[in-house]
Design a protein around this ligand. Structure first.
Ligand SMILES: CC(C)(COP(=O)(O)OP(=O)(O)OC[C@H]1O[C@@H](n2cnc3c(N)ncnc32)[C@H](O)[C@@H]1OP(=O)(O)O)[C@@H](O)C(=O)NCCC(=O)NCCS
Length: 168
């Protein structure tokens, strides 16, 4: 189970994995994992920008003082047309784990801690886009209760995105 921690403090989530908020000095290590994980990596300024926008939504996983994964979530608003109410939703924008540390529950721990942040700010649900061919990620999200709710044609230019969502 992920412990409840204050800003900037670490929680040991078992197996020596700790989850804590991103710090600007982590960017080099995060970017190395990003480059090794995606065919079209985000530029560094995207990470800086999203950290400025929602600092509590950018989390890193550490093992023995080394960064082994990260997640970036943002808060979005949707208007309910029936009653014109504004509802908050989390959007998982990025998630990656260092190749040598996969299948040890790092992504699961990052996502669960991100859920806590999203619940704390009153989000009612969380959604994401994932490459149709990315079966490891789709399995991970299914295991965590996400259901397929849509598809965005050519979202990745050469491939469709599957949209997945769950309530919090
Ligand atoms: C997808 C990714 C984040 C998973 O990270 P991880 O830390 O290895 O995931 P976890 O260990 O928490 O896995 C939890 C569950 O997800 C599923 N899963 C994860 N990787 C899998 C794989 N390669 N094959 C099949 N199922 C997989 C399994 O059900 C797994 O549970 P199990 O190990 O008990 O069988 C990681 O593979 C990665 O960084 N991939 C490249 C970047 C990427 O695709 N990011 C997601 C973009 S939407």
């Amino acid at each position: 189970m992920i412990g409840v921690v204050g800003k900037g403090r670490m929680a040991d989530v078992g197996g020596g994995i700790s989850i804590r908020p991103f710090r600007p000095t982590d960017l080099g290590e995060v970017y190395e994992i990003e480059r090794a994980s995606f065919p079209s990596p985000w530029p560094k300024f995207y990470f800086r920008l999203l950290h400025l926008k929602n600092p509590d939504g950018f989390l890193v996983a550490e093992v023995d003082g080394r960064i082994v994964g990260y997640i970036v979530v943002d808060i979005e608003h949707r208007i309910e047309l029936q009653n014109l109410k504004l509802k908050r939703y989390g959007h998982i924008l990025n998630l990656a784990v260092h190749r040598d540390f996969r299948r040890r529950g790092v992504a699961t721990a990052l996502i669960r801690r991100a859920f806590k942040h999203l619940r704390d700010v009153g989000a009612e649900g969380v959604w994401l886009e994932v490459r149709e061919s990315n079966l490891p990620a789709r399995r991970l999200y299914s295991k965590l209760g996400f259901k397929v709710t849509g598809r965005i044609t050519r979202y990745y230019l050469n491939e469709d995105a599957i949209v997945m969502e769950r309530r919090l």
